[in-house]
Design a protein around this ligand. Structure first.
Ligand SMILES: Cc1cc2nc3c(=O)[nH]c(=O)nc-3n(C[C@H](O)[C@H](O)[C@H](O)COP(=O)(O)OP(=O)(O)OC[C@H]3O[C@@H](n4cnc5c(N)ncnc54)[C@H](O)[C@@H]3O)c2cc1C
Length: 410
């Protein structure tokens, strides 16, 4: 029987990273009687960041197990996806009713479900050490924490992974994802027919995606929602990518740049390109967005998910490009498998072997599927069917994008 949150418990776990993956793990372990402490590098404000994500019923089920299901609608319901040509005419459709939502719609209930006193912001893992009986986290501020389990849920640039599996590094895919949000009420009436659709576009330079998500207060009422747009945009590795990741002070950010530091000239260039390449109503979203995010797209595969008493979870372990739309679900499924393995197997190192055996195959499948779906962008082709070698037609792309990878996929 699970102990109530906050109860003192026998087994101690440290979670590094207090985003969705870390909080899924922390909430699930806490409810299974573990004494859990979360250490997050950021000092606050994660909830106000993030854009749109696909929502899956599997995520809902794991949120409930984590004690984090709330009364709000899961998101905005869309009936399917469509692809449009350069004129904005629909050229393919895929019936697939689903909810699309905001990243905060997952993060906020997870954060609210976890006792505040166990969540330590502003604590950056710098190193770790382990022996036969325990593992110790060493933080940049000089402090330490010791437990029998350490969960590395510190994202694709994981400091934990850099220590336990330094050979596993993210590999740049040759394009970035420009993301942005626009309030529904700020659009012109011309955008109304587009707003409610889950749309894919092929502007001759990458791929665009757009769909509605709830408002900041989780409202799905017409007029109060937001529109999420995403442009997978080829940017050469080297000088072009470095320039994009350089802020106004001249500092180059490794891997990705914080949203507030993206140079306005890059946003202006994207908006000009949108006006030139996107069908008329679609250019409105990048033109009206106030908050932009640029996310270089990487592939990452770790050789294992358990290293003695250290587990890797979520993006720290495997990064599938966002085309499969399973970043959050994959982290949730990792957390559930980890909690289950630790229940089934009392010895932590053996439990982590069991955890890896369960999660490595579906994680590899997700990475492989996402590479396939993004391959036509790497080759800079206007539409998937322009390259028969990929075996990817527009209907097939719509069918496969943004849904969980079948367990037997490979
Ligand atoms: C603020 C934010 C917004 C996001 N928005 C979206 C979105 O809109 N759509 C989408 O599809 N995906 C989004 N993601 C990514 C998405 O959460 C992940 O791809 C996926 O869900 C896996 O989550 P994760 O917890 O494994 O990794 P992440 O969500 O990347 O979280 C890793 C966490 O670890 C922390 N961390 C890193 N290094 C250290 C360290 N050394 N010590 C302590 N803590 C550390 C980071 O600050 C971060 O909070 C977002 C991530 C973040 C952090």
């Amino acid at each position: 029987m699970a102990k109530p949150p906050g109860a003192s418990a026998g087994r101690h776990a440290i979670v590094i990273g207090g985003s969705v993956g870390g909080l899924f793990a922390a909430n699930l372990l806490l409810r299974r009687g573990w004494d859990v402490q979360v250490f997050e590098k950021a000092t606050g404000g994660l909830e106000s960041r993030g854009t749109g994500i696909a929502y899956h019923p599997e995520t809902e089920a794991i949120l409930a197990l984590a004690g984090a299901r709330d009364k709000h609608a899961p998101g905005v319901r869309v009936e399917g996806r469509c692809a449009v040509d350069a004129m904005g005419t629909v050229v393919a459709r895929q019936l697939y009713p689903q909810y699309v939502t905001a990243w905060g719609r997952i993060f906020n209930p997870l954060r609210a479900a976890f006792p505040a006193g166990r969540y330590h912001g502003g604590r950056e893992l710098a190193n770790l050490s382990q022996d036969a009986g325990s593992v110790t986290a060493h933080f940049a501020d000089g402090s330490r924490a010791t437990a029998e389990l350490l969960v590395g849920a510190d994202g694709f640039r994981s400091a934990v992974r850099a220590i336990v599996a330094p050979q596993a590094v993210p590999v740049y895919a040759g394009y970035v994802g420009w993301r942005g949000l626009v309030e529904e009420r700020e659009f012109s009436p011309d955008f109304a027919p587009v707003f409610g659709q889950f749309t894919f576009g092929f502007p001759g330079h990458g791929e665009t995606i757009g769909y509605p998500i709830p408002g900041l207060d989780d409202s799905v009422a017409p007029g109060e929602r937001r529109y999420n747009f995403l442009w997978y945009y080829p940017v050469d590795a080297g000088a072009a990518l470095t320039d994009l990741l350089t802020d106004a002070s001249g500092r180059v950010h490794a891997w990705s740049i914080p949203p507030a530091l993206i140079r306005p000239e890059h946003i202006a260039a994207l908006q000009r390109d949108a006006a030139a390449r996107l069908p008329a109503p679609y250019a409105e979203a990048p033109r009206r967005a106030r908050q932009f995010l640029v996310q270089p797209i990487y592939d990452l595969e770790s050789p294992a998910m358990g290293f003695g008493r250290v587990a890797l979870l979520g993006d720290a372990a495997f990064v599938a490009r966002p085309h499969v739309g399973v970043g959050v679900l994959k982290a949730a499924e990792d957390a559930l498998a980890l909690a289950g393995a630790l229940e089934a197997e009392p010895e932590v190192p053996a439990a982590l072997m069991r955890y890896g055996a369960a999660r490595i195959p579906p994680s590899r499948a997700a990475v492989a599927m996402s590479r396939h779906l993004g391959a036509f962008i790497e080759r800079r082709l206007p539409r998937p069917e322009a390259d028969p070698g990929l075996g990817l037609t527009l209907p097939r792309l719509l069918e496969l994008s943004g849904r969980p990878v079948p367990r037997d996929a490979h």
